[in-house]
Design a protein around this ligand. Structure first.
Ligand code: NAI
Length: 248
């Protein structure tokens, strides 16, 4: 139980990687607030987490709306005595080349992925500063470090922004004993990856040295490690989880 008596938030927890992160943190002793836009799926997850013996509260809201981050902070204050861990996982992707992309589409991806992460950090950090400890883990992407032919440039730009924000916050918040790291998953099997064609999937596997796609648990286990005291000397990192498809 690496996270006994810890209180955590996981954004975008209705499915995929976020759901797995929430369950992994709960199995390791954390009480949770899970956020997203689908009330029914979040309530199901909350019941699953409660059956593990942990507290779990649901927070509905659009991460791209700064008011939602403020509502999340109110939820924290109402239900938890402190907040130890924030996992910024909510994100969207799109497959469109630059010249086909509408300005609105660019804006939406930046709003959800980058601005949403910033709003949530800004709303929750004051509690961590006051209590003089905390851990933030941002879910970025390997696309933040190397361009991906099939992704939209907005996705990579938003995730590269998250990696910079991670380093900046790590530097600024270190004096309050707050660690900030990011994980950069490569191809992981989730609803997001269901957009891939069979041909694309085949070509992808050929490029991955470990010859397999990642699973949500592969990401969740790294988030658990970074959120725990096993990682007390790690901050400002953006850690690859990608089967070797991109190394740096
Ligand atoms: P998914 O599409 O299955 O889940 C995304 C989650 O974010 C959902 O819970 C969704 O409700 C939530 N979300 C989306 N827009 C939101 C909004 N405006 N407000 C609140 N919640 C919102 O995606 P998946 O694959 O689980 O991805 C999770 C994270 O991992 C994302 O940040 C994604 O960019 C990142 N990632 C995923 C990879 C993959 O291959 N699946 C690879 C690299 C990074």
């Amino acid at each position: 139980m690496l996270l006994e008596n810890k209180y955590a938030i996981v954004t975008g927890a209705t499915r995929g990687i976020g759901r797995q992160i929430a369950l992994t943190l709960a199995k390791n002793g954390a009480d949770l607030i899970v956020t997203g836009t689908n009330d029914k799926l979040l309530q199901q997850l909350a019941e699953e987490i409660q059956s593990l013996g942990q507290k779990c509260f649901v927070n509905i809201g659009n991460i791209a709306d700064p008011a939602a981050a403020k509502a999340l902070a109110v939820n924290v204050e109402k239900n938890f005595p402190q907040i130890d861990i924030l996992v910024n996982n909510a994100g969207i992707n799109m497959r469109k080349p630059t010249l086909d992309m509408l300005d609105d589409e660019w804006q939406k991806i930046i709003d959800v992925n980058l601005n949403g992460t910033f709003y949530t950090c800004k709303a929750i950090l004051p509690y961590m500063v006051k209590q003089e400890h905390g851990v933030i883990v941002n879910v970025s992407s390997s696309t933040a470090k190397t361009p991906h032919r099939n992704a939209t440039p907005a996705y990579g730009a938003s995730k590269a922004g998250i990696n910079y924000l991670t380093q900046h916050l790590a530097l600024e918040m270190a004096k309050y004993n707050i660690r900030v790291n990011a994980v950069c998953p490569g191809p992981i099997e989730t609803d997001m990856s269901k957009q891939w064609t069979t041909e694309y999937r085949k070509k992808l596997l050929e490029r991955i040295p470990l010859k397999k796609l990642g699973q949500p648990a592969d990401v969740a286990n790294m988030v658990l490690f970074l959120a725990s005291d096993m990682a007390v000397f790690i901050t400002g990192e953006s850690i690859n989880i990608n089967g070797g498809i991109y190394m740096n």
